[in-house]
Design a protein around this ligand. Structure first.
Ligand code: NI
Ligand code: MN
Length: 226
């Protein structure tokens, strides 16, 4: 799997012949001004919840690429009204797609769409296929429900967790989350984009190191093979 960070919680993932895009907010993110929205390809766009910093570019990219939206029922219905096709899910459910199995799991957060429409329940995704298994947490507080993930899903190879604090868990809680999900390789997201979520990178990395875990902070536009 090849993972590319696109800023805030936006990631592009290449797995086999398939391209997944997570929570795209790129055009309106000044920190991602060097990323060209028109070069981003996707077969599926996965949206963890309805907040603008996660869905901002989903309509534009899905109309250009014909990518299908995967999210909760309320968000997928909202996009279907715009003529965009999707696959609705809800918390606790899993489905086998051509690229792998997706389980939509609990996040402790809120969710409303940019026009004020109800954004359903906020969630995250556990995704696995023959190559790897990983967790994209979306926006969430630390929650004991994370302990269900290793009990119900294949062993995680890596996880993408929010670490910026204020709107989500901070990196200290994320260290505990990594324990709950039994995963030692964490990719951080949802930090530095706004003043409220600016973090000290060295302290964040050290907090994970001290717990015997690895925190990877990708630069925006940087890719890594996992
Ligand atoms: Ni949010
Ligand atoms: Mn957010």
């Amino acid at each position: 799997m090849k993972l590319t960070y696109l800023g805030q919680s936006a990631f592009h993932l290449q797995t086999g012949d398939h391209q997944l895009l997570f929570d795209p907010m790129i055009a309106t993110n000044p920190m991602a001004s060097h990323v060209d929205l028109d070069t981003i390809d996707a077969d599926y766009i996965l949206l963890s919840h309805g907040h603008g910093d996660h869905v901002a570019d989903a309509e534009y990219i899905s109309k250009r690429t014909n990518a299908k939206i995967i999210s909760n029922f309320e968000i997928v219905s909202w996009y279907e009204q715009k003529g965009i096709s999707g696959h609705p899910m809800n918390l606790g459910g899993k489905f086998s797609f051509d690229f792998g199995t997706v389980k939509y799991v609990q996040a402790v957060h809120s969710s409303v769409l940019p026009d004020g429409s109800h954004g359903g329940s906020s969630g995250g995704f556990v995704i696995w296929n023959n190559s790897k298994s990983f967790y994209f947490a979306g926006d969430t507080a630390l929650t004991l429900d994370m302990k269900l993930i290793p009990m119900t899903c294949p062993k995680l190879d890596f996880a993408i967790l929010p670490i910026g604090d204020n709107f989500t868990m901070g990196y200290d809680d994320a260290v505990m989350a990594a324990d709950f999900i039994q995963c030692d390789k964490i990719i951080g997201c949802h930090f530095d984009t706004f003043g409220y979520i600016k973090i000290d990178h060295e302290k964040a990395v050290k907090a994970f190191q001290d717990a015997g875990k690895e925190l990877i902070l990708l630069n925006i536009g940087q890719s890594t093979d996992l």
